[in-house]
Design a binder for this molecule. Structure first.
Ligand code: MCN
Ligand code: FES
Ligand code: FES
Length: 905
């Protein structure tokens, strides 16, 4: 142990710690400064950045023995506070720089250090600085952060006032469509918002800390698990194996379709007979400290008999492959599509046919915050589970039978969450902390390392696709044939639904009268598949959007014009035979056309013999909702202060559930003239909120939004007096009029049938993406120079949020196109190894244009937005690479060696 004095944010603080403790942990745990976030824990993400003796340091890898006595430290608390915000913090709010906000304290401290050195940085200086100091953000696409630093510098120099900085924030009246900041913005920019790991530190002293014993192979039979030596280790209270699980010890995948050959009970909470994938949990150690728990976990002896590992769909589909779940075939679900007439005669007679094989891989979500959660019994005896869940009611139903707990006895709470991008549509650690709490009777806390986040949370499911198109010689599409295999890992949850997405979105955006195809869900031993922003559309549309370019080339048409010719217009139907709710794709294309022509000119002018420039486009479409009659409930309540609070589950990944709920309610309550600050939100605690449903499928603004709107309308109606004025709270109470009103909305939709025909979504999102790239011929390295998006997401509810969604999604699409992968479990287990884009990997030049076609079913005309920017921009990039240099990439990511190999062909 050592004792040290540190000078933190202007005052001397004494700490007593181990010499090998990291400064991050000492600041967090000894001094309670939880603004210092631990993301990667490996010096790669910058979320733990503080100023140490005038220099920026990543503190997760800085050991206390290397921190000198009286070292001066500045954390975000030393930069500004909620009642005295620094210009950087204000600028972060003005530009929507904090989405999930997990990276925010690190970025603000980093920007503070930059502006101490240089008060007039250029945009490139700022990008270089973030790159050099490894400040990683997964939500914002970096551009808003550069905007914020530029503005903060202007305020510091005196070139701009704080008022000018906030000029776009309305102080009264409507907030719909404005840049009104989210309610959580101040807490996020000041580091005062407690995320799961921060709450974990602040839990009662008798909370047990958990560590997992995990498999390091991908497929094995379990011979024995010996905990005897581990049980004798310091601080160990209990070691839990499958034998201690009270319930079925399975998480149910809630099978969606009856023809699924599995029963959905395939995922063990704690493995009993088999290991199905790397990272599967075999035992949980519960101890007094995390260090003790981890030390004991390393002593649990596991004897395994290795089985053949099927690490991709084609491997698991081989005739001689063993059944991964005995009794269920590895191909456990088939999804057909049949629209219009048989396609074989059409292909025979068509002027032009074309075919391609495509692969979109196991993109990792890579939130900066690793998975975290805890559980305890409340005073009513209910089991309360806190996590990053974005589907709490869903997860309660999935885990209750496995735990052996009545679902009514479970309370689920979502902690402030540092990004999920869809992986938390799956239950991850909820059942583990639940089991541990039940078995020990104590509060328990579990925090994954980032390695565990990457290797033991679900991933995007790879699609292996073959698509064929038939057209006449003018480029009019006549028919499509499709075949796709979905590698969904070992656990079936949502795998059939994901496979349906292939039918719904291969070829989406175009009027294709005749379609035949078959998709299949395949069980493998790689990472289990989950939702990931776009859920099936980035895979599906990659195939059809690249093939559309190939078709255009074969016919001799411009890629934009072939899309224009076939775009949905009145009389067109989607691949599922649905009438689109609006027909804005031709307008979108007309809007992007001049930009596309300019981009082509720029590429021709700037190409050199060494570095070729190219331009590519792709059309993106995705549904806002869960299939069929998607439903949400919401309540609103008037209180004595004249505030109205919205109660529902609009789960917050970081996208802005709070501002979405507030804006929707504020607009719906507008007849009463209530100021925005009096509209409050209480979201994401199942003991307090009616079920709004999960935050997947970009559904919340539409579906939860409609429920909120209807609750608000009911409240307004009940508050209305005969003379048109409104009762006060006191008058309502006196007259015994309920002060709480409920709202519900169900989408007027139908599920798809066995041929994938139906009207699954009430609202869709549409967009076209234009990529401009440079390809270095000697190395194959691609740089994205500019992205342009023209999007129709209906009415924009909040401009800051919508822009932020678009920039962040585009950044993830660039990652998907060029670098991101989780195929090699070892190599891809770190942020850098898995290809997470940093500031300089994302162009500063991103242009967004909106066409706001009001949606008949959307609240105030809004559709969703979250997933649109990750539907197909990666296809635009791949098309641009081909346009630049003739290398046609059909298998993502387009890492330099792949482009080079194509160039050399
Ligand atoms: N919005 C708006 N105007 C519209 C549509 C939406 O202002 N016309 C706002 C909404 O109020 C909401 C946000 O945009 O704050 C996204 O709304 P919506 O598209 O309805 O999506 P959800 O709220 O259901 O969010 C989920 C969606 C999905 S499915 C993933 S995955 C995702 C995403 O949003 N993961 C994210 N965005 C993310 N953003 C961040 N920062 N982190 C994630 O993990
Ligand atoms: Fe320290 Fe990532 S760099 S947590
Ligand atoms: Fe940067 Fe979420 S806001 S990681």
């Amino acid at each position: 142990m050592l004792k040290k004095m540190l000078h933190v944010n202007g005052v001397d603080r004494m700490v007593i710690c181990d010499q090998d403790d990291s400064l991050a942990n000492v600041l967090r745990e000894n001094l309670g400064i939880t603004s210092v976030k631990v993301g990667c824990g490996q010096g790669q993400c910058g979320s733990c950045t503080v100023v140490v003796d005038g220099k920026l340091k990543r503190t997760c890898t800085l050991k206390m023995k290397r921190v000198a006595e009286n070292t001066k430290i500045v954390t975000v608390e030393g930069v500004g506070t909620p009642t005295c915000l620094h210009p950087i913090q204000l600028a972060w709010i003005a530009h929507g720089g904090a989405q999930c906000g997990f990276c925010t304290p690190g970025f603000i401290v980093s920007s503070y250090a930059l502006l101490l050195e240089n008060q007039s940085p250029s945009r490139e200086d700022i990008r270089d600085w973030f790159q050099k100091h490894r400040n990683a953000c997964r939500c914002t696409g970096y551009k808003p952060l550069v905007d914020a630093v530029m503005d903060a510098a202007a305020v510091i120099r005196g070139d701009k006032t704080r008022e000018e900085l906030m000029k776009d924030v309305p102080v009264e009246g409507r907030i719909l469509g404005t840049k009104y900041p989210r309610p959580s913005a101040v807490a996020k920019v000041t580091g005062t918002l407690d995320y799961g790991a921060d709450l974990g530190i602040k839990l009662p002293g008798d909370t047990l800390r958990l560590a997992l014993v995990q498999a390091e192979v991908s497929h094995a039979k379990i011979i024995s698990i010996d905990t005897s030596e581990a049980e004798k280790m310091d601080g160990v209270k209990k070691i839990i194996t499958h034998k201690d699980v009270k319930g079925k010890n399975r998480i149910t995948g809630l099978i969606t379709f009856p023809s699924n050959k599995g029963d959905g009970w395939d995922r063990p909470i704690l493995c009993d007979e088999k290991v199905f994938q790397y990272g599967d949990t075999l035992a949980i150690v519960c101890a007094d400290t995390e260090k003790h728990a981890k030390a004991a976990a390393a002593k649990v002896k596991v004897e395994l008999e290795q089985l053949p590992e099927y690490m991709s769909a084609p491997e698991a589909m081989q005739d001689d492959a063993m059944e991964i779940h005995p009794g269920t075939p590895n191909i456990y679900y088939i999804q057909n599509i049949a629209k219009g007439n048989e396609t074989a005669p059409i292909f025979k007679d068509a002027d032009v046919t074309i075919e391609g094989d495509y692969y979109v891989g196991r993109q990792p979500h890579m939130p900066i915050e690793p998975d975290v959660g805890f559980a305890y019994r409340n005073d009513e005896g209910k089991l309360v589970i806190h996590s990053k869940s974005i589907g709490m009611h869903l997860h309660a139903a999935m885990i209750a039978p496995g735990l052996g707990e009545d679902v009514e006895n479970l309370v689920m709470v979502q902690n402030p969450t540092g990004g999920t991008f869809g992986y938390k549509f799956s239950a991850t650690m909820e059942a583990l902390v639940g089991v541990a709490c039940i078995a020990t009777g104590k509060p328990v806390f579990l925090n994954y390392t980032w390695h565990q986040q990457q290797t033991y949370t679900p991933k995007r499911s790879p699609f292996f696709m073959n698509v064929r198109l038939a057209a006449d010689k003018e480029g009019k599409l006549l028919g499509m044939e499709t075949d796709w295999s979905v590698d969904h890992g070992p656990y079936s949850e949502f795998g059939d639904l994901l496979t349906l997405r292939g039918a719904q979105f291969i070829g989406a955006g175009y009027n294709i009268p005749n379609i035949r195809g078959e998709g299949r869900t395949v069980c493998t031993n790689h990472a289990w598949g989950s939702a990931f922003r776009g859920f099936g559309s980035p895979q599906s549309e990659f195939a059809s959007e690249v093939l559309m370019d190939e078709l255009a080339e074969k016919i001799g048409m411009d890629p934009l014009e072939i899309r224009y010719k076939n775009a949905y217009r009145k009389g067109s139907t989607t691949p599922t035979g649905q009438d689109p709710e609006v027909y804005s794709i031709p307008d979108i294309i007309d809007t992007i056309r001049p930009k596309y022509e300019e981009a082509k000119k720029r590429a021709a002018e700037l190409s050199t013999p060494e570095v070729k420039r190219g331009v590519g486009i792709a059309l993106g479409v995705y549904g806002s909702g869960l299939d069929g009659p998607d439903t949400a409930d919401a309540d609103v309540e008037l209180d004595a202060q004249g505030c109205v609070t919205v109660y529902t589950t609009w789960h917050d990944h970081g996208q802005g559930a709070d501002i979405g709920a507030q804006t929707t309610a504020h607009e719906a309550l507008s007849p009463m003239g209530i100021p925005a600050e009096k509209v409050k939100v209480c979201l994401n605690d199942t003991s307090k909120c009616p079920n709004g449903g999960p935050a997947g499928g970009s559904r919340s603004q539409v579906v939860v939004g409609r429920a909120i709107k209807s609750a608000c309308e009911a409240l307004v109606e009940s508050m209305k007096k005969a003379d048109g004025s409104y009762y006060t709270y006191e008058e309502m109470v006196e007259k015994k009029i309920p002060t709480r009103a409920s709202g519900k909305w169900t989408a007027p939709c139908t599920d798809c049938d066995e041929n994938s025909q139906g009207n699954p979504f009430a609202c869709y999102m549409y967009g076209m993406f234009l990529a401009e790239v440079s390809v270095e011929l000697a190395t194959g390295k691609t740089t994205v120079d500019k992205m342009t998006a023209v999007a129709d997401i209906g009415t924009i509810m909040n401009k800051l949020v919508v822009d932020g969604q678009m920039y962040g999604g585009l950044a993830q699409a660039i990652g998907l196109a060029l670098t991101e992968d989780y195929e090699d479990i070892k190599k891809h287990s770190t942020m850098i190894g898995a290809g997470l884009p940093f500031a300089k990997d994302i162009p500063d030049d991103m242009e967004l244009v909106y066409i706001e076609s009001k949606r008949p079913e959307g609240p105030f005309g809004a559709s969703g937005v979250g997933e649109l920017p990750l539907t197909s921009p990666h296809a635009a990039i791949i098309n641009a690479i081909y346009n630049a240099c003739g290398a046609r990439i059909r298998h993502l990511p387009a890492r330099p060696e792949k482009v080079l190999a194509e160039l050399n062909k």
